[in-house]
Design a protein. Structure first.
Length: 113
C-alpha cells in the first residue's frame, strides 16, 4: 500500500521560509521520481518541482530560485525548501510519486502579508 505523508506546512509571514517533508512507503523510493505540486483556491494544481531517484531536480520556470527540492533515499523522504515566501505562494502543497501516479493528502501553506 502506497503512502505519502506530507508535513511542515503552516502559517508564515512574507519573506519567511518553510521546509516541507514527504515520507513515502510502499514504493521503491530510490528509483521513483518524486514531485511537489501546489493548488491555490480556485486554481488548477501546478507543478513546483520534481526530482529523479538519482537526485536530478527539475523546476517549474516560476519556482526556480526560491524553492529547492531534495531527497534522502535512506529515509524515503523528499523535501521542499521554500525561501522568501510570498502571499501568492499560499496553497495546498502535494507530494507525488510519479511512476505510481500517487498523491499525498497535502499540507497547507499560508503566507501572510
Amino acid at each position: 500500500q502506497v503512502q505519502l505523508v506530507e508535513s511542515g506546512g503552516g502559517l508564515v509571514q512574507a519573506g519567511g521560509s518553510l521546509r516541507l517533508s514527504c515520507a513515502a512507503s510502499g514504493i521503491i523510493f530510490r528509483i521513483t521520481t518524486m514531485g511537489w505540486y501546489r493548488q491555490a483556491p480556485g486554481k488548477e494544481r501546478e507543478l513546483v518541482a520534481t526530482i529523479t531517484g538519482g537526485g536530478t531536480p527539475n523546476y517549474a520556470d516560476s519556482m526556480e530560485g526560491r524553492f529547492t527540492i531534495s531527497r534522502d533515499n535512506n529515509k524515503n523522504t523528499v523535501y521542499l525548501q521554500m525561501n522568501v515566501l510570498k502571499p501568492e505562494d499560499t496553497a495546498a502543497y502535494y507530494c507525488y510519486a510519479t511512476e505510481r501516479s500517487y498523491w499525498g493528502q497535502g499540507t497547507q501553506v499560508t503566507v501572510s502579508s
